[in-house]
Design a protein around this ligand. Sequence first.
Ligand code: OOG
Ligand code: NI
Length: 469
Amino acid sequence: MTTQPSFVQPDEIRARFSRAMSDMYQAEVPLYGALLQLVAEINTQTMEQQPELTRHLRQTGEIERLNMERHGAIRVGTAAELATLRRLFAVMGMVPVGYYDLAPAGVPVHSTAFRAVHEASLQVSPFRVFTSLLRLELIEQPELRQQAADILAKRDIFTPRAIELIAKYETAGGLTDNEATDFITQALETFRWHSQATVSAEVYQQLHDQHRLIADVVAFKGPHINHLTPRTLNIDAVQTAMPEHHITPKAVIEGPPPRHCPILLRQTSFKALEEKVAFISTDGQRVQGHHTARFGEIEQRGAALTAKGRSLYDHLLQAAQDQLQVPANEKNAEQYKTLLCEQFSQFPDDYPTMRAEKLAFFRYFPTEKGLHISAASIQDLTLEQLISAAIIQYEPLVYEDFLPVSAAGIFQSNLGDKGQSHFTGHSSKQNFQRDLGVEVIDELQLYEETQQRSLAACAAALQLPTLSL
Ligand code: OOG
Ligand code: NI
C-alpha cells in the first residue's frame, strides 16, 4: 500500500519564493536593500506615532504580513511565455487578476497581476507579480516586428526542470517539500538578470529606437525581475528621506493625494540604473554597452474601492491631470499636488461616510462586547443597529491590485522623456486572455466575496442566522 505523499501548501511555496526573490534582487540591486531598510525604519516609526493605525493593522492581521509584503514586475514577449508563466505561478497559488491596458499611455504592453485571492492565503503571503505581455503588433515597421518575433521564438525562458516540476504539480496535485525547494530554485532562474544580451549592438539599437521597452523584452535571455516593491505605511516620509539615503525618487507620487483614510494605492520609484551589458558580435568579440531597466519602487496601500468609488477616483484624478494640462514633472510637482488635493476634497475622508456612500469595501468583526452578549437579545437587530450598539465593528479591506494610470507613470519614469507616443490599437482583453489561456478574474468580485465572508463569519460568531448589508 502506498501512502499519500504530503504536499507543501501553495501558499507556503509562494511565501518561500517571495523571500528567495527578494534575496536575489538584493544581491543584484543593492539599492533595493537600502530601500527595504529605509521602509522598515519608517514603518516602525509610523506605528509608534500612530497607535490608531497600529490598532487597525492588528485588527485586520495586516501587521503580520507587512514585512514580507512586496510585489514584483516582469515583461514577457510571447503568448507561449505568458501561458507557461500562468502555470508556473499556479504552483504557488497565484492566479491572474485584472486586465491593464497600457497602450493608451504609450506603453506597448497589456498586463495582469498574478496573486493569491482568498484573504487567508493573502495573509500567509500577499506576494504579487505585475506581468506584462509585449504587443508586437504595435511595432510599426514590419521587418523589425518580424525580427523581434524571430528572436523571441528562439529563446526558452524556463529551465527543463522547472517545466517538469510544473507538470508534476499539475498531475499529482502538489509538490513534496524537496520538490518545492527544487521548484523555487528552478523558477528563480527565469527571473534572474543576464548581462549578456542575445542580440548584436545594432539590433539592440533598432529595437531600442522603436521603444526602449521592446529592447528590454526582446534583447535578453528572459524576463528579469525589473523591480520589487515593499509596502510602506508612510510614503511621503519615505519619499522625503530617499535623497538622504542616496536614492533619487521620481518627481511625483502616483495615485491619490495623502489622506486620513488612504484609498487604493500610492506609489513612487527610484530611477532605473544604467547597467553594463555585453552584446553578441559575429567575430566572437564581446561588445560592451549599457541598458537601463531595473529600478526600485515603494507603495502605500489603502482601502479597496467599489465600482462607484473607483469611478469617482478615476474622475477626480483625470480632472487634476486635465487642469495641469501637461504631464506631471519635477517643475510642476507642487502645483500638481495642490490640484490633486483640491479635487480629492470631493472624496469623503472618513470610513463611516465612505461606507454609507458605498465607496469602499469593508471587513466586519464582532467586538469583545458582541462576543459576550446573549444571542437572544440581538436576534432582531439589523447590521446598522449592531454597529451602532458596538456589537460589530468594521475595517476597510486593503486594495490588493494595481492602477493602470499609476503603472503607466511608473513605466514612463523609467523609459526616459522621449517616446511618450500614444498607441492607437484597441484594448484587447480578449486577445490577452486567449494568449494567457484563461480569463482573468474580476478583482471587484473578489473584494465582494471577502466582504460577504466576513459578514457570514460575524453572523456565526454572534449566533445570528444571517447578516446582510
Ligand atoms: C511594470 C510597471 C507597473 C506598478 O507597480 O504599477 C508596476 C513594469 O515596469 O514592468 O509595477
Ligand atoms: Ni510596481
